[in-house]
Design a protein around this ligand. Sequence first.
Ligand SMILES: *Cc1c(COP(=O)(O)O)cnc(C)c1O
Length: 400
Amino acid sequence: MSSNKTREPGAPVAAGMIPLSVPNIGGREWEYVKECLDTGWVSSVGPFVERFEREFAEAVGAPHAVAVASGTAALHVALQLAGVGPDEEVILPALTFIAPANAVRYLRAWPVFLDVDPDIWQLDAGAVRRFLSADCRRNADGSVWNRHTGRRVRGILPVDILGHPADLDALHGLAEEHGLVLVEDATESLGARYRGQPVGSRSMLTGFSFNGNKLLTTGGGGMLVTRDLELARKARYLTTQAKDDAVEFVHGAVGYNYRLTNVQAAIGCAQLERLAEFVATKRRIAETYATAWREIPGITAQGEAPWARSALWLYTVRVDRARYGRGSRELMAALDSDGIQTRPLWQPLHRSPAHQGSWSGDCPVTDRLHAEALSLPCSTGLAAAELSRVIESVRRHLAA
Ligand SMILES: *Cc1c(COP(=O)(O)O)cnc(C)c1O
């Protein structure tokens, strides 16, 4: 059940208010954490870490999984292992939470922000293709260079936005054609499927997050999954301070303290047991909303591609002011006064003060979605009566 004490910091909600999305801690979390405390295995080594990695790899159809401190850490290490380095560029959608762009900067590389498509809101493969042909040149050695910045384009970082997978085949095809690496940000899409296969099984390196607001949470944490044993070994090495000798403390590289603790992994194991149930609940909530929107003009949900089965991490609609009679921010204020928490999407990254040094293409779809999108309550513990209350409130504020 949703509960006020597990709410994400920074998202306080008054009593009686319906929160946007809160963790669902109702399985064997307590039992597993107690086992950690009773046995003394509380730190970054322990049976639950190994078990979580094994069971998570199985769940996402990848041979190897390395538990890490956060989704951002997973992306940072994945990009480094993919070979992204200083002054190189990585293509990202302009519409995403900021973490993947920050991970690129940690390596002193630069993001390039391109637009998303208007239906499923994912990085637009057509925009990537146009960028690579019109805005880039190719050297004799096959390397691709951004004409505007003079920097080498090294990779693509698709983000499975809001739980829906990106168009992975098209993007992998472009990466292969242009000799680029591809790291997938699946921090929002755990439990989703791409062409029938679980997200996490398609790309060489994929990052997941168990932050407090994600579908599956460990309080904070992440997972790096890979199809390559050597990459998994290197990830484990880099995320444990690159220690070569545990007795004499000899370190072969500059590593990171990025490991997940056994206590967090214990929570993760309990959460993972309920993953299928969580996704089914998210999809049921989305269906109920979709049925209601058929009778409320101007409210449309993020689309789902025929090749995708979205995990519906954060249920989000577009509010068409011309047809609904109010814009997204007005609806947000109206719902807030009814005790319902909603949230717009992230500031587009081509407009972010944090990423001013980066090049971006035209992003009209991203800008429109930023203006029109609103995420609605969709906790897996959301009661049917609460869901009805949200729908009735949206219906009542219709001003067209
Ligand atoms: C949550 C999120 C991350 C980062 O995950 P943390 O575990 O919070 O570090 C990265 N990318 C996207 C798109 C996210 O939504």
